[in-house]
Design a protein around this ligand. Structure first.
Ligand SMILES: [Zn+2]
Length: 236
């Protein structure tokens, strides 16, 4: 039984019997893993806050052959997300982020970009980044990395590269973009504000408090599209 050590983000935990917990955690080097933490439900246990959702922890675990669940030997808390869970809206946003990572990531597949995305979004939320912006940012990247966010900058008909100010339409099914010069009668227009917002998300990292120059309407338009793609992905 080899012992592994990985830096991980805790996703979810479930009670197992009287004393133990099943923990789903997202390791930097081996992707999503599920394991048992013996004794983690006891009042005084050796894991402390290191197995709370969104905690960044260094986990040592044993992998057993032909078993889905690993055995968690120890967990050392590197960074606690407790600040996020003191505020209702931030806690909901954090929960949404955990849900998406858990739903979109296959087991045992390292995804360093997603790992860094979760850490960056957590930090930005702690530093007071507006919640709707952080949520949109996280969703766009997550959907893009999962291969379901349409490329808004290339026409799917004529393959022309589109500038941010160019007119564009979403084809039925919302998965491809059509430029203003191609036949777009069946498409729906994408508002320029949404294009600018997506461009901002893709071009620069998420920062703290300074991120509020987008209107609530633009953010909610993009969130509606994200929600559609999240549903679409989950149902396929
Ligand atoms: Zn075109």
């Amino acid at each position: 039984m080899p012992l592994h050590q990985s830096d991980a983000i805790i996703l979810k935990t479930y009670p197992l019997g009287e004393a133990d917990r099943i923990v789903a955690f997202f390791t930097r080097d081996r992707g999503k893993v599920r394991g048992v933490a013996n004794g983690a439900r006891k009042m005084k246990n050796r894991f402390g806050a290191s197995l709370e959702p969104l905690a960044h922890s260094r986990i040592q675990y044993f992998e057993k052959e032909n078993r889905d669940l690993v055995r968690i030997q120890s967990a050392e808390l590197l960074d606690s997300p407790m600040k996020l869970f003191g505020d209702y809206d931030r806690a909901v946003c954090a929960g949404h982020m955990i849900e998406l990572v858990d739903r979109f990531l296959p087991e045992h597949e390292p995804q360093d970009t997603v790992f860094r995305l979760v850490r960056m979004t957590t930090r930005a939320l702690e530093q007071g980044c507006p919640i709707d912006f952080a949520s949109c940012y996280f969703e766009v990247w997550m959907l893009r990395l999962a291969g379901v966010f349409p490329n808004l900058f290339v026409c799917s008909v004529c393959s022309r590269t589109l500038q941010s100010e160019d007119e564009r339409f979403l084809a039925p099914g919302l998965q491809a973009v059509i430029c203003g010069d191609c036949d777009h009668r069946a498409g729906v227009g994408v508002l320029p504000g949404v294009v600018a917002l997506v461009l901002r998300v893709l071009k620069r990292p998420l920062e703290g408090e300074s991120e509020s120059d987008f209107e609530a309407k633009t953010l909610s338009d993009l969130q509606q599209l994200n929600r559609y793609w999240i549903r679409h992905y989950s149902e396929r």
